[in-house]
Design a protein around this ligand. Structure first.
Ligand code: SAM
Length: 288
């Protein structure tokens, strides 16, 4: 197997194919072999798994996934990588590469088509410029057992944050609504070529099979979450009144009281059960 993390191997390989890194495509390739090994290992990839990889690059993580999974589908936007991937991962017959923009794919349909009978997982060293839309698509697809990704460390901390902390926000609630996050390990900038300006971290999102909250309307729930964080430093009643103009200030205060919360509560201190109660009170008022 070609050691793509060996810079002495990778640089001449890239040069032979006239490849130049594209900043716009988020191309920071791994050159520390322990990183792709640990991602595949700690994600729990095994012969029961069908793995969707986003952005194989020159294939360091792809190799490790192919060594462990029953099937790997890797989606890569940059067709200039085709001849390089032929060399680095061409030997794996459990790999299919899709030359496409991952954001244009129907992910649930792809999972049904490619991973029938397997445990679907997503694994990636993500292109950081589209971290949020990709994570949103992977979680909303509601078809993966787990999503294990390398992202900027701050983003990983936001996903795993607890209520009342500076990192906690609407994106945290979104991620924790769909999954239980577990921070796995940090990856310093020197593990990449070219080096990014930030530290990275690997996080595993174990997708919830069941959500332990009674939420009457998902749309209203997420509207409440967005409204609660839109005015972080203000009382929740201000955020709710502005996010739900139909309530007005008095209505917002009534909803907060009916949900059993203090009048001066701040949105950033609430957990998912409290957001669910608020959303359900708003839905009930609509039905009155
Ligand atoms: N997996 C490789 C590694 O760890 O060395 C490369 C990771 S690099 C951070 C991100 C990869 O995602 C690049 O290969 C880039 O071309 C690819 N990419 C960027 N935007 C993409 C998109 N919209 N759809 C699919 N792949 C994309």
């Amino acid at each position: 197997m070609v050691n793509v993390c060996d810079i002495q191997v990778m640089k001449p390989l890239l040069a032979r194919h006239g490849f130049h890194f594209s900043k716009a495509k988020g191309q920071n390739f791994l050159i520390a072999p322990w990183v792709p090994q640990s991602i595949a290992e700690e994600a729990g990839v095994d012969e029961t798994a069908g793995v969707l990889e986003i952005g194989p690059g020159v294939g360091p993580l792809t190799q490790q996934l192919c060594l462990r999974a029953k099937k790997v589908c890797a989606v890569e936007l940059d067709e200039r990588l085709r001849p390089i991937l032929d060399v680095t991962v061409g030997e794996f017959d459990n790999l299919e590469i899709l030359w496409n923009d991952v954001l244009k794919l129907d992910i649930p349909a792809l999972v049904v088509e490619k991973f029938a009978g397997l445990r679907p997982m997503a694994c990636a060293n993500l292109p950081y410029y589209i971290t949020s839309p990709i994570l949103t698509a992977l979680l909303e697809a509601e078809c993966f057992d787990s999503v294990t990704v390398m992202v900027q460390k701050e983003v990983a901390q936001r996903m795993a944050a607890q209520p009342g902390t500076a990192d906690y926000g609407a994106f945290t609630v979104f991620c924790q609504y769909y999954a239980q996050p577990e921070l796995l390990f940090d990856v310093p900038a020197h593990c990449f070529l070219p080096q990014p300006k930030v530290t990275s971290a690997v996080i595993c999102l174990r997708v919830r099979k069941e959500r332990p909250w009674d939420i009457l309307d998902e749309k209203t729930f997420f509207r409440v979450v967005r409204a609660s964080f839109a005015m972080r430093r203000k009382k929740l009643s201000n955020g709710l009144a502005s996010g739900f103009p139909e309530l007005g200030k008095a209505g917002a205060a009534e909803v907060i009281a009916a949900a059993g919360l203090a009048e001066n509560v701040r949105g950033e201190t609430l957990g998912i059960p409290e957001f669910a109660k608020l959303a359900n009170e708003i839905v009930k008022r609509r039905e009155m």
